[in-house]
Design a protein around this ligand. Structure first.
Ligand SMILES: [Zn+2]
Length: 377
């Protein structure tokens, strides 16, 4: 009766929430007025217009325009084809459906090519757990779990974004492995936004599960630190140690006093999880001049800290940081809210990860999104 289905129903829902919005509107109309059938929706999926939209959606056209095009195409198709089906339409229901879909289109997220790159980067960074998904806006786990990348939720401010970061938020601030030649801009703290559900699922949502994956890493003669073996993190730390062993003794001394790795706690003064909770972060008692934590330098937690630029003139420290970054660790000293003692395993941000003990440089890079573009609503 209909053209052979080129696009499946599941794809229909994945293409864009705008389409789903139209579908939902249609479904509401079905319930209320019995005006739109599943057959009609199925028909829309197979139309040339719809497939054209899929092509358009992968081009450079700005997101809001894509949403608008999607709505218009689908609405047009609906209006043109409705007479084909022997169902009683009313003008008010059509207008209602159209208006709702257009309204929803203005706020519905769609997977942009940048988002797709960021999802690929995550998959490459955590190959033990993640696999590519054909669905847009979805991060797929090997066990079949699907996580939404862009939750479409507008955050009130930076603190709000920290507290309920989506996967997209997590990937929104690029981390540079270059040594900084100036202080980070306000709230430029790549890696501080973490999607809690992602890390809980990755490393364990209770201390027992996390502990079961901790393995010893020899740090210096006689000193051992315990680190998670998940996704090759402990192996990466061993490689860092190996690199540091090749540095002069006075530089090695910067990290000769590890302060701790695993600790089932939140970040100090917040309700947010710390990467120490997962045994995926390590702190060091650095030399006094560069041992800085923003909370030590402000009177109240809401105060904006002044970044200690002097730490950036320490080129010995830069070599330590570089050794960590090359193996998938980020450094808290590159955050506007600085934490110079802190290193955490975040290969999705550094562009390097460990696959089967082989260092791999990701082929996909995060889009360069400046904080000014990362707008809060
Ligand atoms: Zn720490």
């Amino acid at each position: 009766m209909y053209p052979s289905t080129v696009i499946s129903k599941s794809e229909y829902h994945e293409v864009t929430p705008t389409c789903s919005a139209l579908f939902l509107c249609s479904q509401s109309a079905v319930a209320a007025r019995k005006i739109v059938t599943h057959e009609l929706v199925d028909y829309i999926e197979t139309t040339i217009e719809y497939r054209r939209f899929r092509q358009i959606a992968s081009t450079w056209i700005p997101l809001p325009l894509k949403h608008m095009i999607c709505s218009i195409v689908l609405l047009k198709t609906l209006l043109v084809k409705m007479t084909t089906f022997a169902k009683p339409f009313t003008s008010s229901s059509i207008v209602l459906t159209g208006c709702l879909s257009l309204l929803l289109s203005a706020t519905s997220p769609i997977t942009s090519s940048q988002d797709a790159d960021a999802i690929r980067t995550l998959v490459e960074a955590y190959p033990e757990y993640l696999i590519p998904s054909k669905k847009q806006n979805i991060l797929l786990w090997k066990d079949g779990t699907e996580m939404v990348f862009d939750d479409g939720t507008a955050k009130a401010d930076y603190e709000d974004a920290l507290n309920r970061a989506s996967l997209k938020d997590q990937m929104s601030t690029p981390y540079s492995c270059r040594w900084c030649d100036g202080p980070p801009a306000l709230n430029d703290s790549p890696g501080r936004m973490r999607n809690e559900a992602f890390f809980r699922k990755m490393y364990g949502d209770n201390p027992e599960r996390v502990k079961a994956n901790l393995v010893p890493v020899e740090w210096e003669s006689g000193k051992v630190v315990w680190f998670t073996k998940i996704n090759g993190a402990a192996e990466a730390l061993k490689r860092v140690r190996h690199e540091i062993n090749g540095l002069p003794n006075d530089i090695q001394c910067y990290v000769c006093r590890p302060l701790g790795t695993f600790s089932w706690r939140n970040i100090a003064g917040t309700g947010r999880i710390s990467m120490h909770r997962f045994g995926a972060a390590i702190d060091f008692r650095l030399p006094e001049a560069v041992y800085r934590y923003w909370r030590w330098d402000v009177q109240f937690p809401e105060d904006v800290p002044t970044y200690p630029e002097s730490i950036l003139r320490d080129l010995k420290l830069s070599q330590i940081v570089s050794a960590f970054e090359e193996h998938g660790f980020i450094w808290g000293g590159k955050w506007h809210h600085y934490d110079t003692m802190h290193f955490e395993y975040r290969p999705e941000l550094t562009g390097y990860s460990n696959h089967d003990s082989t260092l791999v440089k990701h082929t996909h890079h995060l889009p360069e999104i400046s904080l000014s573009e990362y707008s809060f609503k």
